[in-house]
Design a protein around this ligand. Sequence first.
Ligand code: 13P
Length: 264
Amino acid sequence: MSGSTIIPWVVGNWKMNPMQANAKQLVQEFKQLLAQHDIPAAQCHLAVAPVTIALTTVQTALADAARPVHVVAQDVSRIAGTGAYTGEVSAELLKDSAIDYVLIGHSERREIFADDVAAVQAKIKNALTAGLTVIYCVGESLEQREQGIADQVVLQQICDVATVISAEQWQQQMIIAYEPIWAIGTGKTASPQDAQAMHAKIREGLTQITPAGQQIAILYGGSVKPENAAELAACPDINGALVGGASLNAESFYQIARAFADNK
Ligand code: 13P
């Protein structure tokens, strides 16, 4: 038990997976596991982030789950409102579809889709203004870690967006996810000691930025699996997990959630 008062979050990032039929099956299996052995909502928040076209169907399918399982968009437009922006989905449109959460700044978006600081700032600003809760992803590359600048890179990523977030929004609408890029999809997890050390740095940085710093959930992401979830969950500043690959298997995702619910 870590003694933290923050209720942990376990969030499945499905990325550009799975096909509709598999998504449906995944949701059904996960609901069955929750129905058999519930994870009380007071012990762990649960959420999944499907592809945009599946947000509403997954949300509908989860509506009769034994407990709330929130639905998260994987990205949002840097443009607010509505208008002639082919291919974009704004924060207001997400909110209008009853989607209340969004991932912003995932390293895959930063690296592959060139989301720079200005884009990330605009997305966060729009999302918060529309009333969404943001899961803001930060993390260093292997090269940056080897150069000894991991802390600096991650804290800069937090400072980059601090100007667009009010004290009230930090308190009510922000979650941080630390995802070292070298641990994503590689099977290599940061050791609990290294992850805790970075989370403590992030916590320290947050408390300098906002009075809400002690209450903001900081999730760890990067090859989280049932086998390593309990020891990550036992770290005092790790308040949950952002799970990629392992969230595509209902049993694995359930076991990770169980580990966080039991070890916090
Ligand atoms: P993996 O769990 O597959 O490493 O992915 C982590 C991630 O990027 C979640 O957002």
